[in-house]
Write a protein that binds this ligand. Structure first.
Ligand code: MZP
Length: 495
């Protein structure tokens, strides 16, 4: 065996050193856009992200709701592949068909405004559709929809137009108030309906939601939209059924696929990439991984991967290192692979973006991963905590938690992720089933994290991720100096 004597390290063992902050280096001037797919020197990448965030390819993290919420914020979700081809394609389709109406924030409009106020605002802004939610976000409670047609939001069950519409039979009654915009859209989509009346418990009409004209394309500057002005979405695939899965996902409109595997330095992955590139050329983008060292990176880059994902065994729900003894501290893996990526760029003129996947605990770990050479990160635990993740929110002690389980757990049984040929079943667990503290709405939590990253970048004198990667200075910390970093030698109040 060959021994690498340098111990492998993780993010908590490093700190960033400030650089000169110039006066123009303010939070508003920090640009977090980043490449998602490979590009030649001097050219633009085929796909970019507006923020360096992707959500993990996991049942407990990335479904169509998460994908819409994250795309709206400028990131991308990779919908989990451990479901049937039809189910996964349907989730992709829902994201691609979802063209949100303009969502009015409560500072513009509240339930106390009259219908005339709403119509006047609609006239003023020129939007054909408006969704009004109680907090102005797509996941807030839906208070009503205003469309350009005369079928409009109504709180009056006797509204003639709505009654007429309902007699056409093109409707489904939902006996639930307080539905969210995404839920309403799912009901429309699932039932192939053009409208749903939302009724209260006594079946009085509260409001109608329409699909027709539900399509104002008012561009949100942060949203990640592709050429057709629809939200971008990724999807997980495996190296077994890709010849059936990829065509179904492409048909559903997927923007990029990613081979979901705990260990990506394999001929299975090269074959998968090769097949996709032969079949679709540059039309279908594909990420591959995971790797933790330069040889694995180079193998996948040579095979044609559009991005390469880094990380083995560092995920919060992962027990691969205990079960198999395979893995590497995430900081060392990112540093080493990033050096190989830069060398590859020097030699070939091709830049292959890197994704640091798993094990990001503190928000600042994201900044560290980017400074160390990652172009974007992938997070499971982080996103599982929000309302938009697909899992149950449960009362736990005095607060709430959400469920979060690994793809290698008995609950997910995603054997294809650990597949090495042979039996098509999970032979032993590499992941756990757990809870994570509930963290509210994605928009709020992500907003705070983005602000922290941008502020840190200002301290480092960087207005872009590229500049951060080039100029950041990091130092190793001793275990004694780590304890200096949190509150110490004081008696904390409210404990
Ligand atoms: P984290 O953000 O929760 O720390 O880690 C998420 C990552 O862990 C995923 O993107 C994936 O690479 C990895 N993962 C998912 N399931 C398992 C498992 O069951 C796992 N072992 O390691």
């Amino acid at each position: 065996a060959r021994i690498i004597n340098e111990p492998s390290r993780t993010f908590g063992e490093y700190l960033l050193l400030p650089n000169l902050t110039t006066k123009d280096c303010i939070v508003d001037n920090v640009d977090l856009s980043t490449p998602l797919t490979r590009f030649k020197k001097g050219e633009e990448p085929g796909l970019k992200l507006n923020i360096p965030f992707s959500s993990a390819i996991m049942q407990s993290v990335s479904d169509n709701n998460m994908a819409i919420a994250l795309a709206k914020n400028g990131g991308i979700a990779f919908i989990y592949g451990s479901q049937t081809i039809e189910e996964e394609a349907e989730m992709v389709r829902k994201v691609k068909k979802y063209k949100a109406g303009f969502v009015i924030s409560d500072s513009n409009l509240t339930p106390n405004h009259t219908l005339e106020d709403v119509l006047a605002l609609k006239e003023k802004t020129g939007h054909s559709t408006m969704a009004i939610t109680d907090d102005g976000t797509p996941t807030g409670k839906l208070l009503g929809i205003v469309t350009s047609r005369d079928y409009r939001i109504t709180r009056d069950p006797l509204d003639k137009k709505v009654s007429e519409f309902m007699t056409q039979g093109d409707s489904l009654i939902v006996g639930k108030e307080g539905i969210t915009l995404s839920e309403a859209n799912n009901i429309l989509w699932d039932n192939k309906l053009n409208a749903v009346p939302i009724v209260d418990e006594d079946f009085n009409l509260v409001y109608m939601v329409f699909r027709k004209d539900y399509s104002d394309d008012k561009e949100n500057p942060r949203a990640n939209l592709d050429n057709q002005k629809r939200y971008i979405v990724g999807a997980g695939i495996n190296s077994r059924d890709y010849k059936e899965r990829v065509p179904a996902l492409v048909d559903a409109g997927v923007d990029i696929v990613c081979i979901d595997s705990s260990e990506g330095f394999s001929e299975w992955q090269a074959d998968t990439i090769k097949w996709i590139k032969e079949e679709y050329g540059e039309r279908v983008k594909i990420g591959a991984g995971n790797v933790v060292e330069p040889e694995g990176f180079r193998y996948l880059a040579d095979a044609g991967a559009d991005f390469v994902k880094i990380g083995i065994g560092g995920g919060s729900i992962c027990i691969t290192r205990e079960q198999k003894g395979i893995g590497r501290g995430q900081a060392s893996a990112v540093l080493d692979v990033a050096a190989a990526r830069d060398e590859y760029f020097e030699q070939t003129g091709i830049y292959v973006p890197l994704c640091s996947d798993g094990g990001l605990v503190q928000d600042y770990h994201i900044t560290l991963a980017l400074a160390m050479g990652a172009d974007f990160v992938m997070l499971g635990r982080y996103f599982a905590r929000f309302d938009e993740s697909p899992t149950a929110k449960i009362k736990y002690g005095n607060g709430f938690v959400k469920e979060y389980w690994g793809e290698g757990s008995n609950r997910a049984r995603n054997w294809a992720r650990y597949d090495l040929g042979g039996k098509t079943d999970l032979q032993f667990e590499e992941g756990v089933d757990s809870y994570v503290p509930y963290a509210g709405k994605l928009d709020d939590g992500l907003g705070t994290t983005l602000h922290k990253i941008k502020s840190t970048m200002c301290n480092l004198g960087s207005k872009s991720i590229y500049q951060l990667q080039k100029t950041a200075r990091l130092c190793l910390v001793s275990s004694t100096s780590i304890s200096e970093g949190s509150a110490h030698d004081v008696i904390l109040k409210n404990q």
